[in-house]
Design a protein around this ligand. Structure first.
Ligand code: SAM
Length: 218
């Protein structure tokens, strides 16, 4: 008998095996979280059959839900062990937020588009029952000063330069992952605050994200 949820479960397992493990994602906690979060809940009904495809999908308002592999890669690069307070800039559909909420103590997520933030709140809190996520509508390039410092920061849109305001809200030995570069492609960049207070930067891979729009961005 046809079962949409069983089909999705199977597609999710295949996605984890082929798109994530197959491309070198090894963090067992990340793999388990992505094997658990139902990505189909974060896309429109007409897109559900494509929920586990190997790419980004439109979510309305000119925005996208990121490719599963990119979500896994960015999450793995944050080295989450469970107790962290994480700032996410660019809630979008809320899918990456859910993966983070599975792996960290609390997620503070900022989205500039009201409609997307409201929809993500509905799915994550009302439908799925996540209690460790705080939502804010506004310019995430300014961070969330009242809740800073953060142990981890993730930006899910492309910044034109090193995000100094956000890095200023990164706590001691904190880590951040941010796509930085031009309009057409960016370099996924990892930042780590050192014990002397400086921030060390390393390049992970090329990527393509929608523009980060705000006071300290495009
Ligand atoms: N991680 C999301 C997901 O899983 O659906 C995908 C995010 S989408 C690629 C990028 C998001 O960043 C968009 O929803 C966009 O509106 C948002 N965004 C862009 N500039 C922003 C800013 N300054 N503050 C907050 N959100 C911003």
């Amino acid at each position: 008998m046809f079962s949409a949820s069983r089909d999705c479960e199977r597609a999710r397992k295949t996605m984890v095996a082929r798109q994530l493990v197959g491309r070198g994602i090894t963090d067992e906690r990340v793999l388990a979280a992505m094997g658990k979060v139902p990505r189909e809940r974060f896309v429109a009904a007409r897109q559900r059959h494509k929920a586990y495809s190997d790419g980004a999908l439109g979510i309305g308002c000119g925005q996208t839900i990121s490719q599963p592999y990119m979500v896994a890669l960015m999450t793995e690069a944050l080295h989450l062990s469970g107790g962290e307070r994480v700032l996410e800039v660019g809630t979008g559909s809320g899918y990456q937020t859910a993966v983070l909420a599975e792996l960290a103590a609390r997620v503070y997520t900022v989205e500039r588009v009201v409609e997307l933030s409201e929809r993500a709140t509905e799915v994550l809190c009302d439908e799925m029952g996540y209690a460790n996520v705080s939502f804010k509508v506004g310019d995430g390039t300014l961070g969330w000063a009242e809740e800073a410092p953060f142990d981890r920061i993730i930006v899910t849109a492309g910044a034109p330069r090193r995000p100094e305001v956000l890095l200023g809200q990164l706590g001691r030995l904190g880590e951040a992952v941010v796509p930085v570069g031009g309009r057409r492609w960016q370099m996924l960049t990892h930042y780590r605050r050192q014990s002397d207070g400086s921030v060390r930067e390393s390049e992970l891979c090329e990527c393509v994200f929608v523009k980060l729009i705000g006071a300290d961005a495009w």
